[in-house]
Design a binder for this molecule. Structure first.
Ligand SMILES: O=C(O)CCC(=O)Nc1cc2ccccc2cn1
Ligand SMILES: [Mn+2]
Length: 252
């Protein structure tokens, strides 16, 4: 999988826009170091957010999404009554017509790049971020589909920050569910319930510190996820992967 270099693609910005980015990266560092989770609202603004949503809906209607994870409805595998929960599509942002998704990805990269620079006084969890995955666009069809409790990076594959951007206009959790529930470890009986509302972005450490689940959604639920890599952990993971392959080949 080719990863994307994280850099500030020096999109023309007004001083106010630059200041807003700097404020967001300070909040990101403070909240990640304090809670391991950070939630920012009105990330790209209503007008731009609606254009991103239109691009996602357009791709979805074009049938470009693939089935995501399989969820077995009951504990026993016998009945094989699985429900597909989310449908996903990977986007690198260079695709034709996905200009607003590309803009969103640039904005997230800019916030992470600024926070990464400020980390020098050991702020961004001692990570050094140079790469990220492509954007994983996910659509939960509202038939009670959900995502079981899991850790994104349980075994040091290099991913250090999970970033999820939500596109759900007028979302009401009481009616539609779809809550992201994070169980931050190290906190006694503390949970973070995050409503997947329009133009909200959530960042959290990808490792075992943040098991999380998506509760059943009863309305179509859109989200775009990016995972950022720590350079050192990623290099170690690739070296280990190569070593494991060599050993497998020798054993064969
Ligand atoms: O939509 C949300 O609020 C979060 C959903 C979520 O956790 N998605 C997700 C999706 C994944 C897809 C492939 C591999 C690992 C994955 C881990 N997490
Ligand atoms: Mn996850």
């Amino acid at each position: 999988v080719t990863h994307t270099k994280v850099q500030d693609n020096n999109v023309m910005r007004t001083p106010d826009e630059q200041m807003a980015l700097e404020e967001m990266s300070c909040t990101l560092i403070r909240d990640l170091n304090e809670y391991g989770v950070c939630v920012l609202d009105s990330f790209v603004g209503e007008e731009r957010g609606l254009k991103v949503l239109e691009e996602v809906k357009c791709m979805y209607k074009a049938g470009l999404f693939r089935d995501g994870q399989l969820v077995s409805t009951t504990k026993s595998k016998l009945d094989h009554k699985h429900i597909r929960s989310d449908k996903i599509m990977w986007v690198d942002g260079k695709e034709q017509g996905l200009y607003n998704i590309k803009y969103l990805m640039n904005q997230v990269d800019a916030v992470i790049t600024l926070a990464n620079r400020m980390r020098n006084n050991g702020k961004l969890g001692q990570y050094n971020i140079r790469e990220r995955t492509k954007a994983m666009v996910a659509v939960y069809e509202g038939k009670g589909s959900h995502y079981v409790k899991h850790v994104d990076n349980p075994n040091k594959d290099g991913r250090c920050i999970t970033c999820i951007y939500y596109l759900n206009v007028n979302w009401n959790v009481q009616e539609s569910g779809g809550l992201l529930r994070i169980f931050p470890d190290g906190w006694v009986d503390r949970i973070a319930d995050i409503e997947p509302i329009f133009d909200r972005i959530t960042f959290f450490w990808s490792d075992r510190r943040n098991p999380h689940e998506v509760q059943p959604a009863h309305r179509t639920r859109y989200a775009i996820t990016l995972w950022y890599f720590d350079a050192h952990e990623r290099e170690a993971a690739v070296r280990k992967y190569k070593k494991d392959c060599e050993n497998l080949l020798k054993a064969a």
